[in-house]
Design a protein around this ligand. Structure first.
Ligand SMILES: NC(=O)c1ccc[n+]([C@@H]2O[C@H](COP(=O)([O-])OP(=O)(O)OC[C@H]3O[C@@H](n4cnc5c(N)ncnc54)[C@H](O)[C@@H]3O)[C@@H](O)[C@H]2O)c1
Length: 358
């Protein structure tokens, strides 16, 4: 199968690397608005490349495209690809406005074309392990989740600092970390409240910190604390390609606590730990026993928290065999609704009901 990569910066290059390892992919064609970037990737990977989207969309051999351009370009690239009857994988956030995200899902559903969003945490072993425990009944009904995420400042020149290009921090970065509790809890969010202090990263147009609390329809609650800037400066993506030993204790934190009625789990990315507790009943107290303490090798970091490799390979397989997306775009849109609601709450200081986010 021939596959297109629409937007060939950092993420586009990662997808190209994953596709090169995929035996079902015979040809890759990369698109970017920067001709120099295309020349560089053609030389490095011996792939085809173009700066003209039409070259890819009019090529009937291209069955699948990955939309890995900056966020402002997602909607136009996706809609044109769907119109050309290509299966589409689009990176998160789907778009920079909820109305645009809805238009994309509606169009894919109307055309009955494959459309999956890049929530690779759902393929990553750290988080799938917790999902396995939940599905096996080991945690009971999940009632409470907490995510603590602290990272270093991003570069001043990044398009992510501009609202018109990057959208919000919630869409661009934190959508992953509210998508997971939705998946684990299996209920939809009712309302959300976020507060943000004035930025310390003053060159970012959007918020750089949040305390966000959200309630699910089934009574469960989730909380996310995010701060960007105080962890020791790390040039590049602190989560990619793997964690350096320096980051242990330098302020970087990415940790989940997931509490159910029968047990609890904790996932700590930077300390490479997944733990489980089992609750019981003694005459004098409700008991909790620490029953599992798993770790992984540094070489496996990518597969544990950022598994875009298996996500890419799975999408190729699904498109080839006519299967639907692993997670529907409609489901991903629910995560977008929550992300936009959390952002609106941070902007207005009010609790935002998801019913009004359509
Ligand atoms: N799922 C994840 O964990 C994850 C991680 C990193 C990035 N991403 C997503 O991947 C996307 C790209 O991020 P990145 O880090 O690669 O950014 P980047 O700046 O490295 O690359 C973006 C590329 O898109 C190109 N581009 C912009 N508009 C275009 C258009 N209309 N047509 C073709 N190319 C265009 C730019 O020239 C640039 O090369 C973003 O949506 C980002 O949110 C997701």
């Amino acid at each position: 199968m021939k596959v297109g990569v629409l937007g060939s910066g950092g993420m586009g290059e990662s997808v190209i690397q994953h596709l090169k390892l995929c035996k079902d992919v015979s040809d890759i064609v990369a698109l970017d608005v920067r001709a120099e970037r295309i020349r560089q990737l053609k030389d490095k990977y011996q792939i085809k490349g173009t700066t003209n989207l039409r070259d890819i969309l009019s090529d009937s051999a291209v069955k699948l495209v990955f939309v890995t351009a900056s966020n402002d370009a997602h909607k136009a690239l996706t809609l044109q690809a769907l119109e050309a009857d290509k299966a589409v994988m689009c990176e998160k956030p789907m778009a920079n406005t909820l109305a645009d995200a809805k238009a994309m899902v509606d169009e894919a559903e109307r055309r009955k074309v494959f459309f999956q969003i890049g929530f690779e945490c759902r393929y990553s072993k750290l988080y799938t392990k917790i999902k396995e425990w939940i599905d096996a009944g080991l945690l009971g009904q999940v009632v409470n989740t907490h995510c603590l995420y602290i990272t270093s400042a991003r570069e001043k020149a990044s398009w992510r600092n501009k609202k018109a290009l990057g959208g919000s921090m919630f869409g661009e970065k934190l959508s992953h970390y509210v998508d997971l509790p939705r998946w684990w809890i299996g209920s939809e969010v009712k309302d959300v409240f976020s507060v943000s202090s004035p930025n310390i990263m003053t060159y970012s147009e959007g918020h750089d910190n949040y305390h966000t609390t959200y309630r699910f329809k089934n009574g469960a609650v989730g909380h996310l604390t995010f701060m960007m800037g105080y962890a020791a400066t790390f040039r590049g993506d602190p989560l990619q390609p793997n964690i350096t030993d320096l980051q242990l204790g330098d302020g970087h934190k990415l940790r989940y606590i997931v509490v159910g009625t029968k047990g609890a789990a904790e996932a700590d990315v930077f300390y490479r730990r997944i733990k489980r507790w089992q609750f019981g009943d003694a005459p004098d107290v409700m008991t909790s026993d620490w029953v599992e303490n798993l770790t992984w090798d540094k070489k496996e970091d990518h597969f544990y928290y950022h598994n875009t490799t298996d996500q890419t390979h799975d999408i190729v397989k699904r498109v080839l065999t006519g299967q639907p997306p692993k997670t529907s775009a409609r489901d991903a849109y629910e995560t977008m609704r929550l992300s936009f609601a959390a952002e609106e709450s941070a902007d207005t200081g009010s609790i935002v009901s998801l019913d009004k986010m359509r």
